[in-house]
Design a protein around this ligand. Sequence first.
Ligand code: IRN
Ligand code: FE2
Length: 579
Amino acid sequence: MTEAAVSAARKTYLTSPTRPDLRVPMKEVPLSTGESVVLYDTSGPYTDPAYEVDVRRGLPALRAKWIAERGDTAEYDGRPVRPEDDGRRSTNRDRAALSFRPPRRPRRATGGPVTQRAYARRGEITPEMEFVALREGVEPEFVRAELAAGRAVLPANVNHPEIEPMIIGRNFLVKVNANIGNSAVASSIEEEVEKMTWATRWGADTIMDLSTGRDIHTTREWILRNSPVPVGTVPLYQALEKVGGNPADLTWEVFRDTVIEQAEQGVDYMTVHAGVLLRYIPLTARRKTGIVSRGGSIMAAWCLAHHEENFLYTHFRELCEIFAAYDITWSLGDGLRPGSIADANDEAQFAELRTQGELTRIAAEYDNQVMNEGPGHIPMHKIKENVDLQRQWCDDAPFYTLGPLTTDIAPGYDHITSAIGAAMIGWYGTAMLCYVTPKEHLGLPDKDDVKAGVIAYKIAAHAADLAKGHKGAQAWDDALSDARFEFRWEDQFNLSLDPDTARSFHDETLPAAPAKTAHFCSMCGPHFCSMKITQDVRRFAEERGLSEQEALAEGMKAKAEEFTASGGRVYLPLTPTDG
Ligand code: IRN
Ligand code: FE2
């Protein structure tokens, strides 16, 4: 079910000088020069040939020892999940065949908060913090300080020991989230697990399981036990299934129980639309596209049906206590985000953002880790204001945005309309980018769409890292540029974000193996390759002991004479080979 490692890259591990059990996986790309480039790696054990994949057993519990050693959590008998809790279940499936083995018992705090932020505030550097410090190439103390200040989050539920810890914050590498999850109409559990391994293979830093419909609980269990990256959810979706799909029938109790059920499974962060207040709903009435957030529209429908304040807002402190007991990270939803260019940065959107700020401060009282979700559809000139206001109103908590899409005119290409906005907003300081696939607004993404979305967003995230001057980001570009300039084709493929596509495009034009060592590219051909000409000039200069400028002048003169002598023809017939 999992594919081989991308390109010729091999798995390598950074080790901690102080903790022998701490091994940070990295991707090492060997070059034909004998050197190698070491890159950040999200693909998990699946790309380690020494690892035997067994989806029914799940990944090794890397963090189990660290969690147990802290001595502040204990196993207990989880709430039994009754069949009716599981949303609309399928009837034609063998239940036993779907259940995960061996069953596990959940843990929770036995006393105060067990969040990474609580430890950070007490001055403790946890193994998880040390892990991300190695992974990002920064000092562990820096990681601790950013977490303590609430400028970064390290999503790591005590019931998700399988993850390779990662950090989300504006002073770290920009991260990418990929949404997977079936809707009621399509997809199977196996397909969803495969979408997860596929998304992380291409570089997704977290995934969100947005499953609705049948077998939600079981699908999530399979994804969690096999996911090397943090998993996020929107618990409201499952709560709605439990009450039969009518928002008016939702209750605080059903929602709370769903959060606990998912907390016990190990969900690392949760989208909660607690900022959609009753009094903001009328602000959306005159919008071009109303409320486009699924969670936002569910809560708006509930508020209007009961004419009561959003129960996620009125019970927020109780949720903070639950989140503190499992270390769940808040992803405060943007239920009133604009769904069109016309609605960007309007009153409804910014009213909710202010409330996100208020909730961010309340969650901090409970040592909760918090991110804020952001838009949506925003034209380029209105993007910066979003980041500036979020930083100001939400105390610099990590911003996590959906794109934004910079224009509405290209259904089928919204991974591109939104990657443009994502690159910009990442540059201004957004910490994590929620991908958009080519199927946005049109249908359910398949494997190709997941890959297209992740790659588009890795480009946006890396472009932002470069623009922010993130330490070390440019080394990757430099290595690839060197390979390109020196016509090391295989190195160029192997260093690229998508080696398969790069290699196949080159093969389409120049399929023969010698073309891989040829000193020109398929675009300009042998006679007009600018990189080859530059190299010729340098060689010419070296041979004659001239400076590059002098060589250019002399070379140009010689070329001009040669050109006139040959009759002044501009186009020369291409020969099949040229040095
Ligand atoms: C991210 C930023 N703003 C929204 N998102 C994501 O959108 C959110 O994390 C979730 O994955 C998805 C669906 O959210 P709604 O439509 O329920 O708000
Ligand atoms: Fe949209």
